[in-house]
Design a protein around this ligand. Structure first.
Ligand SMILES: NC(=O)c1ccc[n+]([C@@H]2O[C@H](COP(=O)([O-])OP(=O)(O)OC[C@H]3O[C@@H](n4cnc5c(N)ncnc54)[C@H](O)[C@@H]3O)[C@@H](O)[C@H]2O)c1
Length: 333
């Protein structure tokens, strides 16, 4: 029985606690939050679970094997470090840390102590991403051309980070997982309208082999859009995450070049074949992810969303922030 402690019971923490409690081979032995209102909510929801206000008490407890850090990004380093130092495996929210240095230190500490870090890149465990990964692995789309993602809606405004650090970790982690390549350079533009944090931003990432990615994140959109296009030489795919059914559509569409003789004589054939919507699994992503985390700890396996995967995302976020300050200048990784 793996014993979990959870730090942070705000907006996202309750989902982690609910999922951990439903898992076989796992038990939530204490929940910690520094605010009295959150502690009251924990007590009301789970009268049998000890509630703590000081995370030191939780990390020191010999009765805890793993700690879930479900707090704002600027606290992740301190809390995850304390947990690792006390010999606990760590499940930490996205984005992994506030900067690259912190991520590297946590990875080093976990390696030294032979402990697991899993970064909550929840979307990797959705039926949609798992299906797209399978299609790409099988080569269904052929040579990849682009990855183009839009993640916009009205709010939730964050008060401690801009829209890139809030929403883009999802896209960056999905993109890194699907493309399975490291980006070479990043450029980002954006603007703040209501406070000092950018509420709209556009990130471009350049990958090897002419693969280009674009990510559009926005807290001030009138409508919620969660759409990703992935274009390949053989086929193209649209993933619309707000669709209840048929989230993924694969199009047998493309462009063939029949003659390259001279720029003006370039002959292009457009191919427009069938569309199909593959069946995707409906299980809750967090259930899949936390089951996998327990399996990784018990069987000493390295998770796909380990500290290094978290670091890759933080490195891109840091580069995007640097580019943002320079109004879109290319930042090499
Ligand atoms: N994976 C996802 O899809 C997803 C979704 C939402 C949020 N998140 C991430 O989850 C994290 C938390 O986001 P949220 O929206 O729940 O934030 P929140 O502000 O609603 O909740 C955070 C909670 O942590 C508590 N806390 C902060 N520091 C603490 C400390 N030192 N000790 C004890 N308690 C402490 C706060 O009191 C608060 O109750 C963020 O990193 C966010 O990016 C991930």
């Amino acid at each position: 029985m793996l014993k979990f402690g959870v730090i942070g019971y705000g907006y996202w923490g309750p989902n982690i606690v609910r999922n951990l409690r439903a898992l076989e081979g796992c038990q939530v032995v204490a929940i910690c939050d520094q605010t009295p209102a959150a502690r009251k909510r924990i007590q009301a929801a789970y009268p049998g679970i000890p509630v703590l206000s000081d995370f030191h008490e939780l990390v020191r407890s010999p009765d805890v094997d793993a700690i879930a850090v479900i707090t704002p990004v600027w606290t992740h380093y301190e809390l995850a470090k304390a947990a690792l130092e006390h010999g606990k495996h760590v499940f930490v929210e996205k984005p992994f840390t506030s900067n690259v240095k912190q991520a590297e230190k946590l990875i080093g500490l976990a390696e030294q102590k032979n402990l697991q870090i899993m970064v909550d890149h929840t979307f990797l465990f959705t039926g949609a991403v798992r299906k797209i990964k399978k299609l790409l692995k099988e080569g269904a789309l052929g040579k990849l051309y682009y990855y183009d993602s839009t993640r916009v809606n009205l709010g939730l405004f964050q008060h401690d980070c801009n829209v890139i650090w809030d929403l883009a970790p999802h896209d960056l982690s999905i993109m890194n997982h699907l493309l399975h390549k490291e980006a070479e350079a990043v450029s980002a533009t954006g603007q703040a309208h209501l406070n000092e944090f950018e509420d709209i931003a556009f990130i471009t990432a350049y990958f090897p082999d002419n693969v280009i990615a674009h990510i559009n994140v926005n807290w001030i959109s009138p409508v919620k859009v969660r759409t990703t296009l992935i274009g390949g030489e053989k086929k193209m795919l649209v993933w619309n995450d707000v669709e209840p059914d048929e989230k993924i559509k694969v199009y047998d569409k493309g462009v063939n070049i029949s003659s390259r003789e001279g720029v003006y004589n370039l002959l292009v054939n457009y191919r427009s074949g069938d569309m199909w919507a593959p069946r995707i699994e409906q299980t809750e992503a967090l259930t899949q992810e936390l089951t996998y985390f327990v399996d990784c700890i018990v069987n000493d396996k390295t998770p796909i969303n380990d500290g290094k995967a978290g670091l890759r995302v933080v490195r891109m976020l840091e580069a995007a922030s640097e580019s943002l300050r320079q109004r879109g200048a290319l930042v090499y990784l």
